[in-house]
Design a protein around this ligand. Structure first.
Ligand code: HEM
Length: 273
């Protein structure tokens, strides 16, 4: 297995071109092994049908607790559609299914960029962005969560706030990969005919273009494994209440009390995101 693809330029020098596509299959394998491992763990440790509701008093909690505003849901599904198109157009040709993919690819790329710019503005202005952010003290909680999962620790002491630590780690990883594909993808647009930027393949030196393609490729294959596990969790019966909330926007009061600590995710009748 190799990590990179190299080509010889007219002067006989070896030039870095992109990542080796072996890494695509490695990412698929990683995603598949994670899913199989989790299915085995899940079979051995079944989750209770209805977890204990939080004993803490939660006055003023409505019967329907808003989890995702309409703007947040529209962002999620537009971004998801663009990522699926990007994965299909980026990787089917790599897997031998040839078609005119480049134009569909960069158009979906611009949809992804626009949706993420919107998401950042929305999150900074209207959402409690700290809910999803990782801070130093979360690592201790994650360690305790992992020890519990591995059967090495006792019960988890605290229920999470709006997002458990593993969701927040996932969000940071996917954000990193998204910035990787977006920044390099926008640069790579000058190498192909498109409606926005004048074509200029000489903007960077050959070796720098190689690194741009490497970062685009690494972030792109990172997406593959992460999206596989994300969709897997989304369809699991015990996680479906979260997926449904990404469609309708709310969870029931019972689900809220069963899965969250009302002191860490404070909900009132006025909660809007
Ligand atoms: C999940 C997101 C994405 C995935 C999985 C993905 C995947 C890929 C792959 C596999 C390639 C082929 C790279 C190579 O030949 O070395 C590629 C090329 C390219 N991508 Fe992306 N990409 C994504 C996002 C984006 C974005 C956001 C943009 C633009 C804003 C973009 C624009 C381009 C362009 C212009 C090319 C170059 C085509 C060429 O040189 O022939 N991509 N992408």
């Amino acid at each position: 297995m190799s990590l990179f693809q190299w080509e010889q330029n007219p002067w006989g020098q070896e030039i870095l071109v992109r990542i080796s596509w072996d890494l695509l299959y490695l990412s698929i394998l990683g995603g598949a092994l994670f899913i199989i491992g989790h299915l085995i763990y899940r079979a051995k440790n079944p989750t209770p049908a209805s977890p204990e509701p939080s004993g803490k008093a939660a006055p003023g909690v409505p019967e329907r607790v808003v989890r995702h505003s309409l703007a947040a849901r529209l962002f999620h599904w537009i971004m998801a559609a663009s990522v699926l198109v990007l994965l299909g157009t980026g990787f089917f040709p790599v897997m031998g299914i040839q078609f005119d993919w480049v134009e569909i690819h960069w158009i979906a790329g611009l949809v992804l960029v626009a949706s993420i710019v919107f998401h950042i503005i929305h999150a900074l202005g209207w959402m409690n962005w700290r809910d999803i952010w990782i801070s130093g003290k979360d690592w201790a909680e994650w360690k305790a969560e992992m020890q519990h999962v591995m059967g090495k620790g006792g019960a988890i002491e605290k229920k999470p706030g709006k997002y458990p630590v593993d969701h927040r780690i996932f969000h940071s990883m996917i954000a990193l990969a998204a910035f990787g594909v977006m920044i390099t993808g926008l640069l790579m647009m000058v190498r192909v005919d498109n409606a926005l930027f004048a074509r200029n393949p000489y903007l960077l030196e050959d070796s720098s273009w190689g690194w741009v393609y490497v970062i685009h490729g690494l972030s792109a294959v990172g997406f593959v494994g992460m999206i596989m596990t994300h969709i897997y969790f989304a369809v699991l019966p015990e996680k479906r209440w979260m997926t449904i909330s990404m469609i309708w926007g709310w969870v029931t009061k019972k689900e809220y009390l069963a899965h969250h600590d009302p002191e860490r995710w404070v909900v009132s009748k006025e909660t809007t995101d």
